[in-house]
Design a protein around this ligand. Structure first.
Ligand code: ADP
Ligand code: ADP
Length: 231
């Protein structure tokens, strides 16, 4: 079980600025939660605390039955996809995908099988021998998604993953990500998702529920219909 539970979570930065004011949030196992709100409202800070990329100043982050406050990112059972893809520039796509499993010392046949499976799902088989600089934005983001998927994480964290893509690619990637989420659910390995965006279309079309933040606080958590379509 990998529900995600934030309890009274706070962030005070080194300069004394209080960015997150004791927020509570529950994301159910397999749920797709979208975080929205104006720039500076602490979406990214919140996501980074869940990921372990930013220290938690107060409260508790729980993934499944484990409090992860003091765990390094690699021990949290999460994978993160960033706006700028964050691929290793000197590694071919194949190695970008498999590197995480290599670090975990998985056997070679298993790594090859997983690389084949993930590149099939994301339709990047023909890109495996390329370097990141030889990829378009949409291709790079599919590889980044593949690199997260191959880890079989219980929790996926997305930080504005589509912001660098043009409108047409954004639309197709929206569908790709929601299809993938459904597919994992159907295969019995549901992924709990927290997806940060400032794009209202992404929030409406992708989220099971939407969490609206403002000034480091949560204003509302609701499903898209309730949030956007009721007067
Ligand atoms: P901490 O160690 O508390 O996580 P950081 O190392 O992330 O703090 O940041 C160090 C300093 O850099 C902060 O105290 C702040 O003055 C400044 N800083 C970095 N990013 C930002 C930002 N986005 N807005 C304002 N100040 C920032
Ligand atoms: P969002 O992702 O919603 O745009 P952020 O989480 O990046 O918001 O930032 C939330 C608030 O915290 C902003 O006011 C930002 O300037 C501030 N902030 C972010 N990083 C730092 C830092 N390292 N030091 C101080 N303040 C920061």
């Amino acid at each position: 079980m990998a529900e995600l539970h934030l309890r009274s979570v706070q962030k005070v930065y080194g300069n004394g600025f209080k960015a997150v004011h004791g927020i509570d949030l529950e994301v159910a196992e397999g749920e797709f939660m979208v975080l929205v709100g104006p720039s500076g409202c602490a979406k990214s800070t919140t996501l980074r605390m869940i990921a372990g990329l930013e220290t938690i100043s107060g409260g508790e982050v729980r993934i499944g039955d484990r409090v992860v406050n003091d765990l390094v990112p690699g021990k949290r059972g999460i994978a993160m996809v960033f706006q700028n893809y964050a691929l290793y520039p000197h590694m071919k796509v194949r190695r970008n995908l498999s590197f995480g499993l290599k670090l975990k010392r998985k056997p070679k046949p298993e790594i090859e099988r997983a690389t084949g499976e993930v590149s099939g799902i994301l339709e990047i088989e023909e890109l495996l021998e390329r370097l990141p600089k030889q990829l378009s934005g949409g291709q790079a983001q599919r590889v980044a998604l593949g690199r997260a998927l191959i880890k079989h994480p219980e929790v996926f964290l997305f930080d504005e993953p589509l912001s660098n893509l043009d409108a047409k690619l954004r639309a197709s990637m929206r569908v790709r990500i929601t299809d993938l989420h459904k597919r994992l659910r159907d295969e019995g390995r549901p992924a709990t998702v927290v997806y940060v965006t400032h794009d209202q279309v992404e929030a409406m079309t992708m989220g099971d529920r939407i969490c609206v933040m403002k000034d480091g606080k949560i204003m509302q958590v609701a499903d898209p219909v309730t949030l956007y379509e009721r007067p």
